[in-house]
Design a protein around this ligand. Structure first.
Ligand code: PLP
Length: 431
């Protein structure tokens, strides 16, 4: 039995399902999760001494790869001064200044400890500011495990949300309306049916939790326009896309400025951080200035902020971000050529440093419905074949893959060689 399997056995005794976040359990792909001991650059090393090239990147934060020396040094330096004070520190001020400078919509920003907290707080603020209760989210959009956002629509669009988890009372989600990503009509219908009642519309501007789905031309601007028309706040959840599709997030890439933005992952450089921010008049509603309460003992933690600042130091170097995008394109173009060579029907989506590949003979994957039509079983076979070759992709067909600064030419070439071999074996099985 491998050490990972032994540890997983033990974990299942004291941690529900043996994991602290469900997708880690390999539930959909089958098999036993790998326990990792360390990461370095583009590579992960398991407790069984296996080396894996990593395309999960801890689900997004690791834009510089694992254990980047500049980030580690900043963390050590900050830790030596104390781990938390529960009082203001200069690190949080400097990170807030940097975020406000880089992200167009941020006049002000407040730090929290996770993406879930960021979206929960942004929604409360939007409701407090507008005095309205209803919100719109998109099917297949994930914004953390807040009650009000943990809603998948049923098969029909334009229905009131029903909770996707026991423990979330119907009453808590009765104000959550679900629309379809890349379908403005489904959004307009909610506004027509609920005039003057919708506080906020929250969207991942590039969907990152059903693969990587780019917004259709005009979709984000259409959301901006309809929100303006109805006095609804537009919230971009850039927990994944912030510093990943563009240094200034999707709002810079697509030139559409939301009222509020939620951030996480990369801004903590690998430590637990989230943030939400936006227009000054809206942020002024927050406690202690205004009546909307929001707080956190570890919010703005000095070590997490030091890691975030160090990450930005590296990311803001001229041309560096563009070079990570170029590597991502090199990989996806190579992948396209290999899929064609092996006659494997596949759609590949890529935005910035995010990409996803879907086993499907459809011409494109633009929506939740498109994603649901893709062949998840094929992905599972692919996942295990790549894992056996030493490449760690997400253990789910519906996640985005990521490229980091550490994915240099050698890493990308090795990955393409592995794709080539795995596709060859898959082709034989399909035939
Ligand atoms: N928003 C988006 C777009 C996410 O992808 C996630 C997590 O994956 C969250 C929010 C929640 O962040 P966290 O897991 O840090 O609570």
């Amino acid at each position: 039995m491998s050490i990972s399997a032994e540890l997983f056995d033990q974990s299942q005794q004291c941690i529900p399902g043996g994991v602290n976040s469900p997708v880690r359990a390999f539930g959909s792909v089958g098999g036993t999760p790998i326990f990792f001991e360390r990461g370095e650059g583009a590579y992960l090393y398991s407790v069984d001494n296996q080396k894996y090239t990593d395309y999960v990147g801890s689900w997004g934060p690791l834009i510089l790869g694992h254990a980047h020396p500049h980030v580690i040094e900043a963390v050590m330096k900050a830790a030596r001064k104390g781990l938390t004070f529960g009082a203001p520190t200069e690190n949080e001020l400097r990170l807030a200044q940097r975020l406000c400078k880089i992200i167009p919509s941020l006049d002000q920003v407040r730090m929290v400890s996770s993406g879930t907290e960021a979206t929960m707080s942004a929604l409360r603020l939007a409701r407090g500011f507008t005095g309205r209760d209803k919100i719109i989210k998109f099917e297949g959009g994930y914004h953390g495990h807040n009650d009000a956002l943990l809603v998948k629509a049923g098969s029909g669009a334009l229905t009131f949300g029903s909770p996707s988890s026991p423990g979330v009372p119907e009453d808590f989600v009765k104000h959550t309306l679900v629309a379809q990503f890349n379908d403005l009509d489904s959004v307009h219908e909610h506004f027509e049916e609920n005039p003057g009642e919708i506080a906020a519309l929250i969207v991942e501007p590039v969907a990152g939790n059903m693969g990587c789905i780019p917004p259709a031309n005009g979709f984000l601007q259409g959301l901006r326009d309809v929100c303006d028309k109805h006095g609804t706040l537009l919230i971009f959840d850039e927990v994944i896309t912030g510093f990943r599709v563009d240094l200034g997030g999707a709002q810079t890439l697509y030139g559409v400025t939301p009222d509020l933005t939620t951030l996480g992952k990369i801004i903590g450089g690998g430590l637990p951080v989230g943030a939400f921010g936006g227009r000054k008049d809206i942020m002024a509603m927050l406690s202690p200035l205004g009546p909307v309460y929001q707080a956190g003992t570890l919010s703005g933690n000095p070590i997490a902020c030091a890691a975030g600042l160090a990450t930005l130091d590296v990311l803001e170097k001229p041309d560096l971000f563009a070079s990570i995008i170029a590597q991502t394109k090199k990989l996806t173009q190579g992948l396209r050529a290999l899929a064609d060579k092996h006659h494997i029907p596949m759609v590949i989506n890529q935005v910035g440093t995010m990409f996803s590949f879907h086993f499907t003979s459809d011409a494109h994957v633009h929506s939740f419905a498109d994603v649901m039509r893709t062949d998840a079983e094929q992905y599972h076979a692919f996942f295990h074949a790549m894992l056996a070759s030493g490449f760690y992709f997400a253990p789910s067909a519906y996640e985005t893959s990521i490229v980091t600064l550490a994915h240099n030419n050698e890493v990308i070439d090795d990955t393409l060689d592995a794709f080539d071999a795995v596709f060859e074996s898959m082709k034989m099985r399909v035939a």
